[in-house]
Design a protein around this ligand. Structure first.
Ligand code: COA
Length: 332
């Protein structure tokens, strides 16, 4: 007997950002850079920095509580917790299990996914499957990062780009034909070498030498990642619209991964979509990896930029290299 496939949508959103702000001017006294260089090359003016005693799970829990309140669900309602993060509290237990404990969620399964900056879209797509097949009713999906803890503050190529934060969504069944219309995930693992955090895993366990040589920090070939991003962002958007049986003319709003203003503008140009339909807040937060899209989506909703019935596209790319897109017919 076949299972009924249910429509799944986001019924609550929340985000949380550390209070401390690090501006481009502050960075001028840390590395050889300038506000002018960072703003013109990336669009970033400032980013949030978590305290020494704040871990990814702390930001994730705070965002989750807001999403739960927004959706009107309690800890008892949650059947699954998915945390997308490239900066987990530790190798294990998973950050999702730590969040579960923080929230007092008793009957749920919980796991992390590592798709870097595309992680939130991967999480939505995975969470949707559990609900659409009837295996879960309420799924909490979180994108949370403390990237500033793995930045090399002596490397101007990377440390100016990243920030900390968390965003969360509650997924539940919605009226048929609403919610997530299509999602598309991809990876090009052979390009993984362009964005890495090499040490601390089984390939290069932590030693005094790995710490001394900065191998526990982010290493990036910015040009190669840029090339990948400007190609995949419009392609992933076009393909997911096609999968949903729609065209780019049906797009009401896009929330892209917030890595670089020039990447977003290039995608918009290729898609022939006006800037009024594209949300950007990277000037305030930098690139928060898996947290970028949910934080941006939450802010766009707060600003009343998305209304019921809008076709909203989420699209991103990241380490892996991974990419993903998703189109949601907004249902609330
Ligand atoms: C990193 C990035 C902003 C660099 O911008 P760019 O215009 O391509 O700049 P380039 O790489 O050509 O570097 C130009 C020069 O600026 C220098 N530079 C790099 N960072 C700098 C900084 N923070 N301040 C001042 N100068 C800097 C470089 O050293 C280089 O100098 P050189 O020509 O003397 O070697 C851009 O490539 C990018 O955004 N890539 C994608 C990164 C990304 O999104 N990563 C996360 C993926 S989720």
């Amino acid at each position: 007997m076949g299972r009924t496939v249910k429509s799944v949508g986001i019924t609550g959103m929340g985000s949380h950002l550390p209070e401390r702000i690090l501006t481009n001017y502050d960075l001028e006294s840390i590395v050889d850079t300038s506000d002018e260089w960072i703003r013109t090359r990336t669009g970033i003016s400032e980013r949030r920095i978590s305290d020494a005693d704040t871990a990814t799970s702390d930001l994730a829990t705070a965002a989750a509580l807001k999403a739960m309140e927004d959706a009107g669900v309690t800890a008892d309602d949650i059947d699954a917790i998915i945390v997308a993060t490239a900066t987990p509290d530790m190798a294990f237990p998973s950050t999702a299990c730590i969040v579960q404990s923080n929230l007092g969620v008793k009957e749920a399964f919980a796991f992390d996914i590592e798709a870097a900056c595309t992680g939130f879209i991967y999480g939505l797509s995975i969470g949707e499957k559990f609900i659409s097949t009837g295996d879960a009713k309420t799924v909490l999906v979180i994108g949370a990062e403390t990237l500033t803890k793995v930045c090399n503050w002596e490397d101007r190529n990377t440390c100016v780009l990243f920030g900390d934060g968390a965003g969360a969504a509650i997924l539940r069944e919605v009226e048929s034909g609403w919610g997530i219309l299509a999602s598309l995930l991809g990876a090009e693992g052979w390009k993984g070498k362009f964005l890495t955090l090499p040490a601390g895993g089984s390939r290069m366990p932590a030693t005094l030498e790995t710490v001394k040589s900065g191998k526990h920090f982010i290493h990036m070939n910015g040009g190669e990642v840029y090339k990948f991003a400007v190609g995949i962002m419009p392609t992933a958007t076009l393909k997911v619209m096609e999968k949903a049986g729609l065209t780019t003319g049906d797009i009401d709003f896009i929330v892209p991964h917030q890595a670089n203003k020039r990447i977003v503008e290039s995608a918009a140009k290729r898609l022939k979509i006006g800037s009024e339909k594209i949300f950007m807040n990277l000037n305030k937060y930098g690139n928060m990896s898996s947290a970028s899209i949910p934080v941006a989506l939450d802010e766009a909703l707060e600003q009343g930029l998305i209304k019921k019935g809008d076709n909203v596209v989420l699209v991103g790319f990241g380490a892996g290299l991974t990419w993903g897109s998703c189109v949601i017919k907004w249902s609330r």
